[in-house]
Design a protein around this ligand. Structure first.
Ligand SMILES: [Zn+2]
Length: 180
């Protein structure tokens, strides 16, 4: 676990990945969640900085790697009751740093490819943001005992409720309203 004051150090945005691999750089630091636009668009709000532990290293086969973990917490919309639900989000990743698609295709299957630019540079915030986005639940929901919706009603098969479904809110309409 990371101590609080370590988490207050900021992860650099633009990095020279080739150089960081060479020196086996490690980061225990955070990214201010307000800098992550795509994440903020995907959730109601992000509650805390994305804290990260990241290491750059070279594998035995010379492959450049970036591995680590990140975590934060977000508020999303419960798909059952359309109320807000808070989720802790954490992700572990092992990334193969490559220069082109051919190198990407040669990576072992357990490695996720991320492409460096021609100078070996990388937008580290964007890579971490991708990992957080991938870790978001696809169908966010409260635990049953915390949810405002009548679980039995909502889970009833659609075919049997065609005539009596008028009173139920359309979740997509309600979501659209929330996004306005
Ligand atoms: Zn709910």
């Amino acid at each position: 676990m990371m101590s609080r004051n370590m988490a207050e150090a900021q992860i650099p945005k633009r990095i020279d990945a080739v150089k960081l691999v060479k020196v086996n750089q490690r980061f225990n630091a955070a990214i201010d969640q307000n800098n992550l636009t795509r994440l903020n668009e995907a959730v109601v709000r992000c509650l805390e900085p994305v804290t990260c532990e990241i290491e750059f290293l070279q594998a035995a086969d010379k492959q450049r790697l970036m591995r680590g973990s990140c975590h934060t917490s977000v508020v999303m919309i419960c798909q059952r009751c359309l109320g807000e639900v808070t989720y802790p989000i954490s992700s572990e990743f092992e990334i193969g740093l490559v220069f082109n698609d051919e190198q990407a295709s040669q990576l072992p299957r357990n490695l996720e490819p991320v492409e460096l630019d021609e100078n070996g540079q990388l937008d580290l915030w964007s890579v971490v943001e991708d990992e957080v986005l991938l870790a978001l639940p696809m169908f966010p929901m409260h635990a049953e005992n915390e949810c405002q919706a009548d679980v039995a009603t909502v889970l009833e098969p659609e075919a049997e409720t065609t005539n009596s479904s008028d009173e139920r809110p359309n979740p997509f309409a309600a979501l659209a309203k929330l996004k306005q």
